[in-house]
Every structure is written in C-alpha cells, then in structure tokens.
Design a protein around this ligand. Structure first.
Ligand code: SF4
Ligand code: SF4
Length: 461
C-alpha cells in the first residue's frame, strides 16, 4: 500500500482556494497564489487534481489512481490540496494582520516642493493647485525629521533608506549637501539615495555625494528625441543634454549611478531600443521603470494603453536581465517569487515609509503633498508623533485584505499597485488601482510561463 494511503486513509481533501491553473496545449501549470508553489502537469495529472474539487476522500482517488500517491503528496506539500472545510482566506488574512504595525525603513525627504522642470507626467508638480504655497526645507527640519525616523527605523542588515526627493531636491542644494553629511555622520549605516532631474550640479556637490556614498538616480527616458518630448523645463526646452552632463560628472567621480525611466507614449514603441541605448551609453547599476499615474494634471497625450506598455516593459525587463542590469519594478516581485515569500505591498505607505515635507509636515505619500491629506503631524509641533496614528488609514491596504483580490492569480506577487492612484481615480485608497492591476496580472502570467515551461513535470510521463 502507498505510504500516504496507509497513514491517512480517511482524509477528505479539497483544492485550495489559492490554486490557479494556466494551460497551453497539453501543458498545465498549477500555481498557488500565496505560497507561490508551481507544478507543471499534463492533462491526466490535472484531471486527478480536479477530482478533489469541493472535497473528496483521498482513499477514493488513490483507489482509482494508485500510481499517484507521490503526486498527491506533492500537491499537499505545496498547499494545492488542503483538508476539506478549512477557511484558508481567513487564516491567511489573520496571519498577515500581525504585520499591520509600523515597520519603518524608508524616509523621503522633500528638500523643496518646487521644480525647474515641467515633465508632462509629473503627478506632483502638475497637480499643485493655484493656491499651493511652495517652501524650502531648513536644516533644523531635516535633522529633527531624520532623528525621528532613525529612532523608529527597523534594524536590518541593509540599513534604513533615506531618499532625497522633490520637486527637484537640488534646488535646495544646501539642505541636500548638509543633510547628507549629517545623516552619514550621525547614522552611518543609512543608505542614502538622491533622485534628481540632473539640471543642477557642481563639482563641490559631486564631491560631497561621492564622499558620503550617496546613490544617485537621474531621470532619463531614453534617446534624446524621446526624452525631450516629455521632460522639459518650465520654459518648454528639452532637458536631455543637462541630465547627461550631470550623469557623467557623477559617474566620473565614482558615484553609484542608476536611471529612472518613465514609460509613456514618447518612448513605449521602441522601449527596448531606448533601454539598450541607456545601458550602452551610461552603464548604470540599475534602471527603474515607472508607469504613468493617471491624474488631473498629467498630459493625456503621454498616457499609453497599460497592456501594451506591459508587453513592452516585459520585453525590456528580459533584455536588462540578459545584460545583468537590475530593474527594480519587476525584480521586487520576481525575487520574493523565487524565494517563495509573499510580496504583500508594492508601496511603502501602509507602514513602511514616511515623507517629510519641506515645512516639517509628516505624511506617508508624496502624492498627497498638494492636498496634505494624511500629513497629520508636524515635526516642529510634535517631535515624536505616534506612528500608529500616521499609518492608521493605510494599514491593511494590500491585496490579501481586499475582497476584489481574493481569487486573483497575482495575489501574492502584485502588492496592490498605487493606493494614491486608487484614491485619485476611484475615490478610495482601498479601491483597485486598475491600471497596475492589469499590469500585474499580465506580468505574473508571463513570469509563471517563463519559469514553469522549463520546470520538470510533476508526474513522470
Ligand atoms: S501611494 Fe502611490 S504615489 Fe504614494 S507612495 Fe505609494 S506608490 Fe507612491
Ligand atoms: S490588484 Fe489586481 S492584480 Fe493585484 S491582486 Fe488585486 S486583483 Fe490581482
């Protein structure tokens, strides 16, 4: 008698609610959307699995398919089969709820909210109302904000991450350079990043960034013609040449360089060519691909169909992978998939990040800078605000807790897109970010076939 039959003869098992199947011809991929197990099976093995739909006695199945003992054990081990009657969704949701506590490890410092560019897709500058009062941070605000962040940041091997952001952060050069020195001296293990449009740089600033081991990402959207269509100065002039000049100055000084690449109608058709150009011309450590947010002020002619953009981005990702260049957007999903760890959130706002506005207001998402929604405290009036209060409206905003996502194949990889986009388009942080939802489903299917079509059959044929 088969060992599984011998030890568990009367167990009733059912197909997991998280089991999904993709089919191509006679090949079937079984995939568990939370545990991320993947099994490649043929039609016969798939039919055996489906015998457990709604709950079936294991003994009955083994009586008809005695050769399938090891296969069924594998299905149980990978969570595709569970005891009949258990409520998996509630159990996983409860377990995930334990992570709904502050887990701070990212801080955005908006040294200024002004920018000397008017990029057509910028959801911060283009959505500032007419009456918005721009301001610049002072060093005292930065120090208080950094000290608060460091006092609560999670201790990890990689260290907490501080990102200088804006507006264009270097319009407030003094606070960036003095702030970098302050952080490096007072909290040496911090990873410091600067995201810049590349328009303002001096040899002195380059030296300070290099000495403090700051990683810099310059926004470059591909070849000059495409870049200049979307990334313009306030006066409407193209910005490619300045960005390239800055990039090269920093790279020559040994600064670790990355590229922020935004996908829109200006570069999507030849996306892979643009990436090939950037890799060849600039040898970045990494490239981050960004999709446009659809907000009031974003130029409509730059928007692209998300399914088309996803196909192009996948092609671009495969190219970068071949070249050994790290691409963050896709890799932050691929890595947990390979490690079999759920990727709960794609955005740090539900518990992981804070944003320090130039005037000391503390929030969780820079998208809300203009309205100051969810910027509940100010570091000057309250130097140690309660984190639970800061994140209160954001806790649990991830697919596993959202009913619309429960039966989705991308549940454990998606991360839920951008809650700010959900708020803008659907009126609630908790609604689906429909564009990224489409993107994530498509990406997950690609990933599963990319990995699964090479894997061995679960049942030898
Ligand atoms: S809600 Fe969207 S814009 Fe805000 S931090 Fe998250 S991903 Fe970024
Ligand atoms: S947001 Fe969309 S893709 Fe992501 S888990 Fe929910 S339903 Fe799936």
């Amino acid at each position: 008698m088969d060992p599984i039959q011998e030890t568990t003869p009367f167990i009733s098992l059912q197909c997991s609610v998280f089991a999904h199947c993709l089919a191509r011809g006679s090949t079937f991929l079984l995939y568990h959307s939370i545990l991320m197990g993947l099994l490649r099976v043929d039609r016969d093995a798939y039919d055996v699995y489906r015998m457990f739909d709604g709950g079936t006695n294991l003994h009955q199945v083994l009586a008809r398919h005695p050769q399938c003992g090891a296969y069924i054990q594998e299905l149980v081990r990978k969570g595709f089969l569970v005891r009949t009657g258990i409520d998996e969704l509630t159990d996983y949701r409860k377990a995930a709820r334990r992570s709904d506590t502050p887990d701070l490890d990212i801080m955005y410092i908006l040294s200024t909210d002004s920018c000397n560019f008017r990029c057509g897709y910028c959801f911060i500058e283009n959505d500032m109302g007419d009456f918005y009062r721009f301001s610049e941070m002072n060093l005292d605000t930065l120090k208080k904000g950094v000290d608060f962040f460091q006092a609560h940041a999670r201790k990890s091997e990689t260290g907490p991450v501080v990102i200088f952001y804006g507006g264009e952060p270097l319009l407030n050069r003094r606070v960036v350079t003095e702030g970098v020195k302050y952080i490096r001296n007072s909290h040496p293990d911090t990873v410091i990043n600067l995201i810049t449009n590349g328009s303002i740089m001096s040899p002195e600033t380059v030296g300070i960034l290099a000495d403090a081991n700051v990683k810099v990402a310059v926004s470059l959207d591909g070849e000059k013609e495409a870049h200049d269509k979307a990334r313009k100065t306030v006066a409407g002039k193209g910005t490619f040449d300045d960005a390239v000049h800055t990039y090269r100055m920093l790279q020559a000084a040994g600064v670790r360089m990355g590229i922020s690449f935004t996908i829109g109608s200006h570069n999507v058709d030849r996306l892979r060519d643009h990436l090939a150009y950037l890799v060849d011309a600039f040898q970045p450590e990494g490239i981050g691909m960004n999709f446009l947010l659809e907000t009031e002020g974003v130029r409509k002619d730059l928007m692209v169909d998300i399914e088309y953009a996803t196909d192009k981005a996948i092609e671009g990702f495969a190219f970068l992978r071949e070249k050994g260049i790290y691409e963050d957007r896709m890799m932050r999903k691929v890595k947990p998939f390979i490690e079999g760890k759920i990727h709960l959130k794609d955005c740090g706002a539900p518990g992981q990040q804070i944003v320090l506005a130039p005037d000391g207001d503390i929030g969780v998402c820079h998208g809300f800078l203009s309205s100051r929604r969810y910027f509940t405290y100010n570091i000057h009036r309250n130097p140690d605000p309660p984190l639970d209060e800061i994140f209160r409206d954001w806790y649990g905003r991830y697919p596993l807790q959202m009913d619309a996502c429960a039966d989705c194949i991308a549940l454990g990889i998606c991360g839920g897109g951008c809650p700010y986009q959900s708020h803008v388009k659907e009126g609630s942080l908790w609604a689906l970010d429909k564009r990224m939802c489409m993107h994530n489903k498509k990406f997950v299917e690609w990933l599963l076939w990319d990995v699964g079509s090479e894997s061995e059959h679960a049942v030898p044929r």
